[in-house]
Design a protein around this ligand. Structure first.
Ligand code: HPA
Length: 250
């Protein structure tokens, strides 16, 4: 039976409707996780929830201990991870409030610990990362969003950038030329670490602003992000509740 881990990003600091049974701090060989893990039930399914930025949102994207978070979920026998995260929209259909279930990612981050295969005695395995997100789990997320009538774009390429600053307009133009549709700061190395530990992983990205130089430049970027974050959070909550029973059938 699948066991679902939800990684909450900026757009999801808690999971509504989660009947929390207990919380636990998990120690890993890589150090502490971003937050204690919350265990609970939602819509009949078990969930383990972790907040990527820590409760109180104090951990910047480049400071997140991605290895500890993924290792802890594996240790708790999580089989499927839904990773949520706020992103900026680059291409035409990626307007604020839209949910995007990406099918590709380009990694522009640096200086992050991006593998479990170092400093140990195990032979190195070069994981296949041609398709970084799980197709079945993506389909469930897409179907759930459509069923709920939420604005969703069923695929796209996620540009994972270092942050914590937002981009320049020229950087966004370059990402667009590279084929990126959305831009966020936490997509990597999380996705590849899950792959290394053989955990099924998909991302539900929520567009909270037009990326730098795109859309209506008269609005203050940070104000837009804060307003859209609230709407986005409500959509992600609904999506999770709808998707959970379907994931249990996988
Ligand atoms: N750029 C990078 N990360 C983000 C953005 C953005 O515009 N919006 C939300 N996360």
């Amino acid at each position: 039976m699948p066991k679902v881990g939800v990684i909450g990003g900026s757009a999801l600091d808690t999971v509504e409707n989660l009947e929390v049974s207990h919380r636990e701090m998990v120690n890993t060989p890589y150090g502490a996780t971003s937050s204690p893990l919350l265990f609970g039930k939602m819509n009949g399914g078990d969930i383990v929830f972790i907040h990527r930025h820590g409760f109180g949102h104090t951990i910047a994207p480049h400071e997140i201990n991605y290895r500890a978070n993924i290792w802890a979920l594996k240790e708790l026998e999580v089989t499927h991870i839904i990773a949520t995260g706020a992103v900026g929209g680059i291409t035409e259909h990626m307007s604020p409030i839209t949910l995007v279930i990406p099918d590709q990612i380009i990694d522009y981050t640096h200086s992050r610990n991006q593998t479990f295969y170092e400093n140990n005695q195990e032979p190195v395995i070069h994981v296949d990362f041609t398709w970084p997100y799980d197709e079945q789990l993506r389909t469930v997320l897409n179907r759930s969003a459509v069923k709920l009538n939420l604005p969703v774009v069923s695929r796209g390429t996620y540009a994972a950038v270092q942050g914590p600053r937002l981009e320049t307009a020229a950087e966004i133009k370059r990402l667009e030329r590279d084929g990126c549709d959305i831009v966020g700061m936490t997509g990597m190395p999380e996705a590849v670490l899950a792959r290394e530990l053989d955990i099924t992983y998909a991302c539900c990205a929520v567009v909270v602003n037009w990326a730098a130089g795109k859309g209506n430049q008269e609005e203050a970027l940070i104000d837009t992000i804060n307003t859209n974050m609230k709407t986005a959070k409500a959509s992600v909550h609904k999506l999770l509740a709808e998707a959970l029973p379907m994931i249990m059938e996988l």
